[in-house]
Write a protein that binds this ligand. Structure first.
Ligand code: BGC
Length: 557
């Protein structure tokens, strides 16, 4: 099978090459949990700058920085108070510039998160809306409606927010505003020209500051049809499979008009700014977001949702390479991010029914697998390393989430009193939420905070973080950290055309070649398998007597 045969010029200058993103290894930094330079328990931008040598040695092509904007942290920073500033606890715009310069100096691109579906309820515009009367221009920038019932005391519809509870919140004068996520995240009205212009100005602000690309949060929710009467949740759920572009708020066709305007702005820059959509949409509609006239790339979360299973992985890979070829974008591969249970843990829990848990509402964290006491940590990590090595051999870009290079598991044992995720609070604790993958990284084995900073970390770290610390793994040639470094180094040298050819194999084995004779073979089965001739470049676990053991990937050259 062959995907888009776009050549990747290996000698292109990474800082000016317009195609740098096509096969980039992108490392997601969740800044409040990465490295704390001032001891306040929150990671910060100076912490990221200090770790640029670490990122460079890891071998990543780009960093995607989750929100670092002023925020009350009602949703981990995805509740933005001001889109053109830095949270004072994380630094200043000057610190941002220093960080960007340090990354660029190391040949690493910078992607920032843009959160256009909603602001925070502390944003100047929302405060103005609350202080302004019904029907005012200030209210028109958000989605205000009168309530239902004789005195308007009931919400305008029965819609539920993604984090649980009503999607409407009442304000003192009796009106209600829409929040698809937490009440602290009022949805913008994207029919309003002022909203469109404001985001264009924000994209220009960061592009002018040298940002190379953008990750677009909930990219499929901006356009909404809120004509009256609002449909009930039951009616929305009954209205088909989400492929007609006519749902009241998820994945409406006209959302792409917004991205056409954004693309025109991105293309004013050299090289053009890139964007990747976080759009939990039906696979058949993902290409609209990834088109070159639109955002240019869209996350494919299919691998992330697949159990560790050869047939499932094969289908996901094949389908996504076909899609990439159709749109002209390269595919994106993801196994972990800040919203889901870490893949080492997912693969160590009893299998869940494939793809059962995910809808357009982006609630991937319900993929919690099975109960914690059934976690097989060693098996989970072994499979995670095998899946990662397979992923890094695929044509397209690979997104890595901080801490996966240390083989970290999800931290399940967080006391309720320390939890921060609104998904936990708005579900009466039934869903544990996403804090377990957001615990600050361990850099050294020493406490307090395992080298994250000098103060108490904002989420408690478990004792087992000590042995996983960077400094220990650095010195251990067999560590997961050195395994990632070697994989990224080899991958960087071997990227050629975006092509993959399957080699016939047993049902429990995935074997493919890439241009230049590079091969990746993964054994998902329970018995060791023989290998074809070739030089062993890298393995996710040692070979046994020349055979590829179960739950292992090998690269041959
Ligand atoms: C982000 C989440 C966030 C939500 C609301 C998601 O897509 O990845 O972390 O809670 O959007 O902004």
């Amino acid at each position: 099978m062959t995907s888009n045969p776009q050549p990747f010029p290996s000698n292109a200058d990474p800082l000016t090459d317009p195609d740098w993103w096509r096969q980039a290894a992108v490392y997601q930094v969740y800044p409040r949990s990465f490295s704390d330079s001032n001891g306040d328990g929150l990671g910060d931008l100076q912490g990221v700058t200090a770790k640029v040598p670490y990122l460079s040695a890891l071998g990543v092509d780009a960093v995607w920085l989750s929100p670092f904007y002023p925020s009350a942290l009602a949703d981990g920073g995805y509740d933005v108070d001001d889109y053109r500033d830095v949270d004072p606890r994380l630094g200043t715009l000057a610190h941002f510039d220093d960080m960007a310069a340090a990354l660029h100096g190391a040949g690493i691109k910078l992607i920032v998160d843009i959160v256009p579906n909603h602001s925070s309820n502390r944003h100047a515009w929302f405060r103005e809306a609350l202080d302004s009367p019904r029907g005012s221009a200030a209210r028109e920038r958000y989605i205000f409606r009168d309530g239902t019932g004789p005195d308007g005391a009931q919400p305008p519809s029965d819609w539920q927010s993604v984090f649980g509870g009503s999607a409407w919140e009442q304000v003192p004068d009796g009106q209600w505003y829409l929040h698809l996520f937490a009440p602290e995240q009022p949805d913008f009205n994207w029919d309003n020209r002022a909203v469109k212009d404001e985001f264009l100005a924000t994209l220009r602000f960061w592009s002018d500051r040298g940002v190379d690309g953008f990750r677009i949060d909930v990219a499929h929710a901006l356009a909404k049809d809120l004509s009256e009467p609002l449909p009930s949740s039951a009616l929305l759920a009954a209205e088909g499979d989400g492929t007609d572009g006519a749902h009241a708020f998820w994945d409406r066709n006209e959302v792409h008009d917004i991205y056409t305007e954004w693309r025109a702005l991105f293309n004013e820059y050299t090289p053009p700014r890139t964007a990747v959509a976080e759009a939990w949409v039906h696979a058949s509609r993902r290409g609209r977001y990834a088109s070159p006239e639109g955002l240019g790339q869209a996350f494919n979360f299919d691998l992330l949702q697949a159990d560790f299973d050869a047939a499932r992985f094969r289908t996901v890979i094949t389908d996504n390479l076909v899609q990439a070829a159709e749109t002209g974008a390269s595919s994106t591969w993801v196994l972990s991010n800040h919203d889901v249970v870490r893949h080492a843990t997912r693969y160590g829990l009893p299998a869940t029914p494939a793809d059962s848990a995910k809808g357009q509402d982006g609630k991937a964290w319900v993929l919690a697998g099975g109960p914690e006491e059934q976690l097989d940590r060693a098996a989970g990590l072994r499979r995670a390393r095998a899946a990662t090595l397979l992923m890094l051999a695929l044509p397209g870009s690979a997104y890595l989430y901080q801490g996966e290079e240390l083989g970290l598991h999800e931290v399940a044992a967080i006391p309720d009193a320390d939890r921060q995720d609104p998904a936990f609070f708005r579900n009466a604790g039934v869903e544990k939420g996403r804090d377990g993958c957001r615990v600050p990284l361990p850099w050294t084995p020493e406490e307090p905070s395992f080298g994250f900073g000098t103060g108490a970390p904002h989420l408690p770290q478990p004792e087992w973080f000590g042995p996983a610390a960077v400094s220990l793994q650095d010195a251990d040639t067999d560590s997961t950290l050195n395994f990632y470094r070697r994989a990224l180094e080899l991958r960087g040298k071997r990227q050629g055309a975006e092509e993959l050819a399957w080699v016939p194999s047993a049902a429990s084995v995935l074997h493919f070649t890439r241009p230049g004779g590079w091969q990746s073979i993964t054994n998902f089965g329970t018995a060791a398998v023989a290998l074809p001739a070739g030089t062993v470049l890298h393995t996710s676990a040692p070979l046994e007597g020349g055979l590829l053991p179960p739950d292992t990937t090998v690269w041959l050259g």
